[in-house]
Design a protein around this ligand. Structure first.
Ligand code: PAF
Length: 278
């Protein structure tokens, strides 16, 4: 496994693979690797001959009050996980390589970025769309893999790649869960033992909503029940619990089209998000 830190070296490696007739998959990450990330590498290896993973904690997707400074960083540990999961090349740039002095372009994906997460983290999707567009144009992979754990992020990235005519296939990968149902996330490390014991209730409750909607209950009727259940389980503020169209994330009235249940809620000072399909 090779490690490169500049866009120039990244491009040289990918171009050499393409010249040799090999297809290339990209797995963007911010490190803090867990089995969910490793499943993205496996998925990329299934779709492409070579896999590039990026390791870059992207400052532009964190608000000033968020956890950019304390976000889990362990490059040595991450590199050995990447290696054992079958990545071929790691792109680990520093901040100046991605955002040199004078960098002033931002990508805004209207509509789909402004609901749900976008209401609570207004800076977030612009930071994600900008860095992902840059990574896609830097690597020019054939496919790029993103986890369904961040379902709205996946929808935003699909819209962005389509709107900007970036020649890449964006592929979603199923959420990897702990034995008790909690979706794997780098931020789960922030939970204390009591919070960790409460956390799986989020998945249990959104799964029950999916079941209710499949059974014919009205999507809008789910929120008050879900909020009460989350509070009873030990959660703090509930940012949203919503049943939305699986593609547009617009509100739905029934399960006649593919839909998704999405939720975000606080456990102490940690904000958890999760989603399931209806
Ligand atoms: O999902 C993530 O880890 C990040 O948002 C991503 C896609 C790597 C962009 O920084």
């Amino acid at each position: 496994m090779e490690i490169v830190r500049t866009i120039r070296d990244l491009r040289t490696c990918v171009q050499n693979w393409h010249k040799a007739g090999q297809s290339v998959g990209l797995v963007p990450t911010m490190g803090g690797l867990h089995d969910g990330h490793l499943s993205l590498i496996a998925k990329s290896n299934n779709h492409a001959d070579k896999t590039v993973a990026s390791l870059f904690v992207n400052p532009s997707q964190f608000a000033p009050h968020e956890d950019f400074a304390t976000y889990p960083r362990d490059e040595t540990g991450d590199l050995s996980k990447f290696e054992s999961s079958g990545a071929d090349l790691i792109f680990a740039p520093n901040v100046a390589e991605i955002y040199p002095d004078g960098h002033s372009t931002k990508i805004e994906v209207q509509g789909i970025s402004q609901v749900l997460e976008g209401e609570f983290r207004p800076h977030f999707f612009s930071g994600v769309a900008t860095v992902v567009a840059k990574l896609l144009l830097q690597a020019l992979p054939d496919v790029a893999i993103f986890g369904e754990k961040d379902y709205q992020q996946l929808c935003v990235i699909k819209s962005m790649a389509r709107d900007l005519d970036i020649p890449v296939e964006i592929i979603g990968a199923a959420t990897v869960r702990e034995g008790d149902g909690l979706a794997m996330s780098s931020r789960n490390n922030y939970l204390n033992p009591e919070e960790r014991a409460v956390a799986p209730a989020l998945y249990r409750i959104i799964s029950e909503i999916a079941e209710n909607v499949r059974g014919g209950q009205h999507p809008a009727a789910q929120r008050p029940w879900a909020e009460a259940e989350l509070t009873k389980a030990g959660f703090g503020a509930v940012d949203y619990v919503a049943v939305r169209d699986a593609e547009t994330l617009e509100p739905v009235n029934d399960a006649s089209r593919p839909a998704r249940v999405l939720a975000a809620a606080w456990l102490g000072s940690t904000r958890l998000i999760d989603n399931v399909s209806v």
